[in-house]
Ligand binder design. Structure first.
Ligand SMILES: NC(=O)c1ccc[n+]([C@@H]2O[C@H](COP(=O)([O-])OP(=O)(O)OC[C@H]3O[C@@H](n4cnc5c(N)ncnc54)[C@H](O)[C@@H]3O)[C@@H](O)[C@H]2O)c1
Length: 338
């Protein structure tokens, strides 16, 4: 088997998860190194990276590396994508692709010019439940899609430190749902109407951010959509989706910690949703990396491209504009963040 020699930038929550998946569960990759200026060395030594560095350029310019996985804070993605593309390596970049539309467009132009394989970390497309809905929609199981419903609620608010560079809830969290909406509808969004509030964590308002949102979408194929977001669902990570159409409905419920149901005088109990993304999307994180490997090996197009990254970002900006103006925002080809 031809191995893809990969290095990782950023050893935070998601960088560590990818590193451990690659090190222990994905023999099609060879883990070559980790770069993080604030590296947790004890952890890195345990994983046994051949190269551990605080300077990301050491990794990017390493001549024996085929691909780089970018898992640094979101505001660094564009710059790092451009460096890696210039160095001629394939890129897996965590979402969001960047925090400014013009910058992402620049990076995309470079990636296209260099013919760089770029996959964005919209892992939910690879979740077995959501992938199954998509497959059935394409098979025509529910006829013509009419309503896309997405519920996406985190169990806890992110740290204040994380919020400072995350780009805000639409760019950090809802971006997954914007991508999922496009994916499930099989069409672009033409209008976004967002409402948002700070109902959980008043500190988040310091960064101009919100922690609760309801977003209405209109798709180019005429379907309508609804996303509801919360940064704090006390019962766990609430991740559900429905595509309702002319011939029926497809729904993915939450995955729970176990499947035992307890019946008693006081009620019927079953377990809560899996706690958070690391648990809920375990299979999806492996599957997205498998898809990346496959595209790299076969010189195929990315299954989740930079264009997908850009489209989701445009929706995040449109949602922010809608929130700020209390008006629906139409998406046009030239939608910009100014
Ligand atoms: N796909 C998903 O489900 C998912 C889940 C969580 C986070 N993310 C994304 O992954 C990225 C990282 O999120 P996280 O939760 O792991 O954050 P985190 O704060 O836990 O980790 C970020 C890491 O990047 C490192 N870092 C800081 N400056 C750096 C630099 N200049 N170069 C390289 N590394 C640097 C930090 O030391 C830290 O280890 C974000 O873009 C986030 O949106 C995606």
């Amino acid at each position: 088997m031809k191995k893809c020699r990969i290095g990782i930038i950023g050893a935070g929550r998601i960088g560590k998860l990818h590193a451990e998946n690659i090190a222990y569960r994905m023999p099609q990759f060879q883990l070559m190194g980790m770069a993080d200026p604030y590296l947790d060395e004890t952890w890195a030594k345990r994983i046994g990276f051949p190269m551990i560095t605080k300077n990301i350029d050491d990794l990017i310019n390493h001549t024996e590396i085929d691909a780089i996985l970018i898992a640094s804070p979101s505001h660094l993605h564009v710059e790092q994508i451009m460096k890696v593309s210039t160095a001629g390596k394939a890129i897996f970049c965590e979402k969001p692709m960047g925090l400014a539309i013009a910058e992402v467009e620049n990076a995309l132009a470079m990636v296209n010019k260099n013919k760089t394989l770029l996959q964005i970390g919209f892992n939910r497309r690879f979740d077995p439940n959501f992938a199954n809905i998509k497959k059935r929609v394409l098979q025509g199981a529910i006829g013509k899609p009419q309503i896309i419903n997405i519920t996406s609620r985190d169990p806890v608010c992110p740290t204040e430190e994380y919020c400072k560079t995350s780009g805000g809830m639409f760019m950090d969290m809802t971006i997954h749902d914007f991508d999922m909406a496009r994916f499930l509808a099989g069409a672009e969004v033409t209008e976004v109407y967002a409402k948002g509030a700070v109902l959980i964590n008043p500190d988040i308002a310091k960064y101009g951010d919100i922690d609760t949102a309801v977003i209405q979408l209109t798709f180019a194929n005429g379907a309508l959509g609804m996303i509801d977001n919360s940064r704090q669902a006390v019962y766990g990570y609430d991740q559900r989706a429905e595509v309702f159409g002319s011939l029926g409905s497809l729904m993915a419920h939450n995955q729970t910690e176990h499947a035992v149901v307890q019946l008693s005088k006081t009620g019927t109990y079953h377990s809560n949703p899996l706690y958070f993304f690391l648990e809920r999307y375990e299979a999806a994180y492996l599957a997205e990396m498998q898809a990346f490997y496959h595209a790299w090996l076969n010189h195929e197009e990315s299954p989740v491209s930079g264009f997908d990254g850009l489209q989701a970002l445009k929706l995040a900006f449109a949602a922010k504009q809608s929130l700020d103006t209390a008006l629906p925002v139409k998406l046009t080809e030239g939608h910009h963040d100014e």
